[in-house]
Design a protein around this ligand. Structure first.
Ligand code: FES
Length: 148
């Protein structure tokens, strides 16, 4: 067996079973920029219901709060000053910090590096590379069905 000094790059790659494609993929993990067409990180598909009469939904009607998260903190549900409900991905696309809703400004804000999003999830300012995913909200009486 060759010593490490004698081992050229090809032999090293063969020894460890690493192909060129794997190297390219690995090289992009920390250095490639994201594109708008990339999968949305931190925004899984969801299908759940919010009972507006449940105690856990009370913050939605609290003017000082106006939002709740789902159990897995993937989604933030907010009540706008106009009384409509919106649901967006909660983890900031920049580094994953949960955004909160500033009701008086009708803005979603990431407290980590101050990315600011409108109620449709569009980036207004800050380092987020993409918008927050917006989920569909259908209200039936005192129930919100959230999907997307
Ligand atoms: S993690 Fe949200 S702006 Fe950086």
């Amino acid at each position: 067996m060759a010593t490490s000094a004698e081992m050229n790059r090809k032999e090293f790659l063969q020894l460890f079973g690493v192909g060129a494609a794997a190297l390219v993929a690995t090289a992009c993990l920390g250095g490639c920029g994201s594109k708008a067409s990339d999968p949305v990180v931190g925004a899984p598909n969801v299908d759940f219901t919010v009972n507006l009469t449940a105690a856990g939904s009370a913050p939605l009607d609290d003017p000082a709060v106006g939002y709740i998260y789902n159990l897995t903190r993937d989604v933030i549900v907010a009540k706008t000053t106009a009384g409509t409900y919106v649901a967006l991905q909660a983890p900031c696309p920049h580094e994953g910090t949960s955004v909160y809703f500033a009701r008086s400004q009708s803005r979603f804000i990431c407290p980590n590096h101050n990315a600011i999003f409108d109620t449709g999830g569009t980036v207004l300012s800050g380092p987020s590379p993409r918008a927050l995913k917006q989920y569909t909200v259908v209200q039936t009486g005192t129930s919100l069905h959230i999907t997307g």
